[in-house]
Structures are given as C-alpha cells and as structure tokens.
Design a binder for this molecule. Structure first.
Ligand SMILES: [Zn+2]
Length: 183
C-alpha cells in the first residue's frame, strides 16, 4: 500500500449494491468489501426516504454470485443494525458473534472484518469483536484509530463531484481536523 491506495467499502447490503455498484465495479475491475446486516438478507429495510417506505436487501443468491465473481469480499455489519453502544451485553454478543457465524455459514469462508452500525464502538465493543475472532473493525469515527477502529471517509448520494474529489484527496483528514479543532 502507498498513499495513493484506497479501499472501497459499502455498508448495509442493499439490493442496489448488486444491480448498480457491482456492475460499475466490475467494469473497472475494482475490488470492494460489502458489510452485510444479516437480518435484511432476503428482506426489506424500512426507510422513510425510500419509495414505498422500504428498501430491498441483497438476496443470498446475489451475495453468492458476487462472491463467485472474485471482486467482492463480505464483512459483518451486525445482526440487526442496532447501535452496539445502546444494546445489552447479551444482544451485543448476538450482533457481533452470531452475525459472523451466520455469514461464514453462508459464504463458506472466514469473515475477518466488521463495520460498526453508525460507526459506534468503544473498548467494550472492541473486546467482544476481538474475542469473536475478527481481525479488524471499521468505523466512520475518526478518533484514536487502531486495527479495531479503522476510520473511513463516508460518501453520500448528495456529495457532488467537487466534494468527492476533496474527500479522496490527501487534504481531507488534515482539513477536517482543523475544522473540528476550530468548532
Ligand atoms: Zn449501516
């Protein structure tokens, strides 16, 4: 890796990741990781912003087709997309450990990575993640990064091309920390 290397990740696992994201990535030959929320595989997300109030999740077949294509790796995004910081210890274990086991059963391979819903994690969460056998965890928070708190730059549908360029430039993190310091 050098300072021009980047990784592409997607959270949640909407069906759109198969129909749009996958075909674009395949066109360029870009590998990516999709973090799946187990409960919504072959199901629907409720969303006020979506047409009809819901968004279709990826199906098992779509996930397996992408896995077979060799470009896409899958990680866990929890069992039911609950914030790990606001659930009981027992539920946390289910979210973190059982989602890994479910996905490993589906994919027939190790699932070494997790991305925290809403980016939310603390030392307690990271301990469970480590004990469950994950090799790394991804957040969208930006403080005290370590292997279980790897920060990411979040992209949104409303980011224009200019903002996109800025976000992938080396200026993004330094500028962001200056603004945080100033505010
Ligand atoms: Zn999410």
């Amino acid at each position: 890796m050098n300072n021009r290397t980047l990784s592409i990740t997607f959270d949640d696992g909407y069906e759109d990741h198969f129909h749009n994201v996958y075909s674009i990535l395949s066109g360029y030959g870009f590998p990516a990781t999709i973090f799946l929320t187990v409960k919504y595989i072959d199901g629907y997300w409720e969303s006020e912003k979506a047409e009809g109030g819901r968004i279709k999740g990826l199906s098992r077949d779509q996930i397996l087709e992408m896995q077979n294509g060799g470009l896409i790796q899958f990680g866990s995004h929890g069992y039911s997309h609950k914030n790990f910081l606001s659930v009981h210890e027992e539920d946390r274990e289910i979210e973190i450990r059982d989602s890994k086991l479910y996905l490993e059963d589906l994919l027939g391979e190790d699932v070494p990575f997790i991305s925290y819903p809403f980016g939310a994690c603390d030392d307690g969460v990271k301990n469970i993640v480590r004990e469950a056998g994950y090799k790394a965890g991804f957040t969208i928070w930006n403080r005290k990064p370590d292997i279980y708190t790897i920060p990411r730059v979040p992209f949104h549908a409303h980011d224009g091309l200019k903002r996109f360029r800025f976000k992938i430039s080396p200026l993004y993190y330094p500028t962001k920390s200056i603004f945080r310091f100033a505010s």
